[in-house]
Design a protein around this ligand. Structure first.
Ligand SMILES: O=C(O)CCC(=O)C(=O)O
Length: 249
């Protein structure tokens, strides 16, 4: 299974693991996330309410993402170090690999979003330092982000843990297999990929996981029957950055 996983990721840029984490880990993650969200809802009127919790307009019940997830929900940081999770990531990267960024994505009736075809090009770093090959820079939820050279993204892996059943009706991720192999793509190349490659939909049950390369083209539609679609998205790396730049871990 491990070899197949490695081959799928190398060749297609992704692999689906329908049973990746035990039900008790899913429940513990959900409880920890709910506690964070309850605290945020209580403070949603305060000026300094946590910028990591992303809401659709100002409605406190329509939360669609938590950025800086590894800091915002420490239980996620612990869970991703569990043997079941490391056994998925290590064979693809290497035993010393480490999580570098976490985001919770949710879709709900109040926040039923969609995203067009794109690659994940940004990484979170501790501080902005000008280094050749890195840029442009941005700030997301108070954290400096930069687009690194493709060679760094090619050595990373994203793990998407599903905390709810996600079928074709609630906006599963779609991917274009093989699109991770040709570096950062221009808008014209993305259009070209969309025309000539059949998308693969990635529905998964609660407790399932999608492993994917950040450079794999992916998109998702709004849910047809919106219900929670909570996904813990964790990016992993296995090498340090250079030129004084540091991962924000
Ligand atoms: O969860 C989704 O549907 C999309 C997430 C996304 O856009 C991303 O991982 O970059």
């Amino acid at each position: 299974m491990t070899n197949q996983l490695r081959r799928d990721i190398e060749q297609h840029g992704f692999a689906l693991v329908p049973q990746a984490i035990a039900p008790d880990i899913v429940s513990a993650l959900l409880a920890a996330i709910e506690t964070t969200l309850d605290n945020s809802r209580e403070n949603s009127d305060a000026k300094d309410s946590d910028a990591s919790v992303r809401r659709n307009s100002s409605k406190s019940d329509s939360i669609y993402a938590i950025r800086n997830l590894l800091d915002a929900v420490p239980a996620v940081r612990d869970a991703v170090q569990s043997a079941s999770i490391r056994s998925l990531v290590e064979p693809v990267l290497k035993p010393g690999c480490f999580p570098v960024r976490g985001i919770l994505f949710d879709k709900t009736p109040g926040a039923n979003w969609k995203v067009p075809w794109h690659q994940d090009l940004s990484i979170a770093v501790r501080e902005k330092i000008a280094v050749p090959g890195f840029g442009p820079w941005s700030v997301k939820a108070g954290v400096p982000h930069v687009q690194p050279p493709a060679a760094i993204l090619e050595q990373m892996l994203t793990l998407r843990l599903h905390l709810d059943d996600c079928d074709e009706t609630n906006g599963p991720l779609r991917v274009l297999p093989g699109s991770h192999q040709t570096g950062k793509l221009s808008a014209a190349s993305i259009r070209d990929w969309c025309e000539r490659c059949a998308p693969i939909s990635c529905p998964l049950p609660r407790g399932g996981a999608l492993l994917m390369r950040p450079l794999l083209l992916h998109a998702s539609s709004s849910a047809v029957s919106p219900a929670h679609r909570r996904v813990v998205h964790i990016e992993w790396a296995a090498q340090e950055l250079h030129g004084g730049l540091q991962w924000r871990v």
